[in-house]
Design a protein around this ligand. Structure first.
Ligand code: MN
Length: 264
């Protein structure tokens, strides 16, 4: 008997999300897929973890059977508690998603989906984040099929230490998807504004809104690739050091100013 790979499945849209179910189904076809996901939507939670409050975990059922563990925490919490307390062993793979909405350009740093995969990478586990490029109700079947294909490849090949894959899949009929591009994080950003609204009690509140501004046109940029109907795979690393500035800053000879010592 060959052992099936152990796969931790999580997301940031929450345990009820259809994208998580699609990913769990796809991973079950290739391994022992275990779901540990937030009990509610935690999109844009970034890499936050919970340290001032206890984490509660309960078993969530779907279609009359056990589906996975729901946690009142963030995506990064789910990976930590999933590995350390629920699985109690290192899985062979961590997959996160399938997120509703693209995780490209600067969104990568706000993304709970990507941060869950980053957490897996920090724990030395090959990890992949999957997103579909629409916020609307959609058909996840092609994205799930691609996730299964790529997960099998990563299980076979492994990933370099410290590297995760951030995958964005266009929300298109399969025949309209042109292929796969290895991409880099683009510079698209949001022209942001706060919409001021009024609640039924006549109190005002604000809601962050914005319009995506594309600042790149190269075909190997994540946002350009998905706009051109390609699946974008961006290798990411969590070492945020700017190595060019690391060398340049050394030339500045930054020291302690005259007359001051470091402990005053
Ligand atoms: Mn999300």
């Amino acid at each position: 008997m060959t052992t099936r790979p152990l796969i931790l499945v999580t997301n940031d849209d929450g345990i009820y999300a259809p994208g998580l179910f699609a990913l769990q189904q796809a991973m079950s076809a290739i391994g022992d897929a275990r779901v540990v996901a937030p009990d509610s939507e935690r999109s844009a939670a970034g890499h936050a973890i919970t340290i001032a409050d206890p984490l509660r975990v309960w078993e969530y059922e779907k279609n009359g059977g056990f589906f996975g563990h729901a946690v009142n925490g963030t995506p990064a919490d789910c990976v930590k508690i999933g590995v350390k307390a629920i699985l109690k062993q290192k899985p062979d793979l961590v997959v996160s998603g399938i997120n509703q909405g693209p995780n490209t350009a600067i969104n990568v740093i706000y993304s709970g989906t990507v941060s869950a995969a980053t957490e897996g990478t920090l724990m030395g586990i090959p990890s992949i984040a999957f997103s579909i490029t629409t916020f609307r109700k959609t058909d996840f079947s092609f994205a799930a099929k691609f996730a299964k294909y790529l997960a099998e490849k990563v299980l076979r090949e492994g990933l370099p230490n410290g590297t995760l894959l951030n995958v964005n899949i266009p929300s298109l009929p399969p025949e309209e998807i042109k292929g796969v591009k290895i991409t880099r994080q683009g510079r698209a950003r949001y022209e942001e504004f706060f919409e001021k609204r009024v609640d039924p009690m006549n109190r005002s509140y604000y809601w962050l809104s914005g319009k995506k501004m594309m600042l790149d046109s190269d075909g190997d940029v994540d946002d350009v690739a998905i706009t051109d109907s390609y699946i974008a795979i961006t290798p990411l690393q969590f070492d945020l050091t700017d190595y060019k500035s690391f060398d340049n800053l050394k030339q500045w000879n930054i020291g302690i100013p005259d007359g001051q010592s470091s402990d005053t």
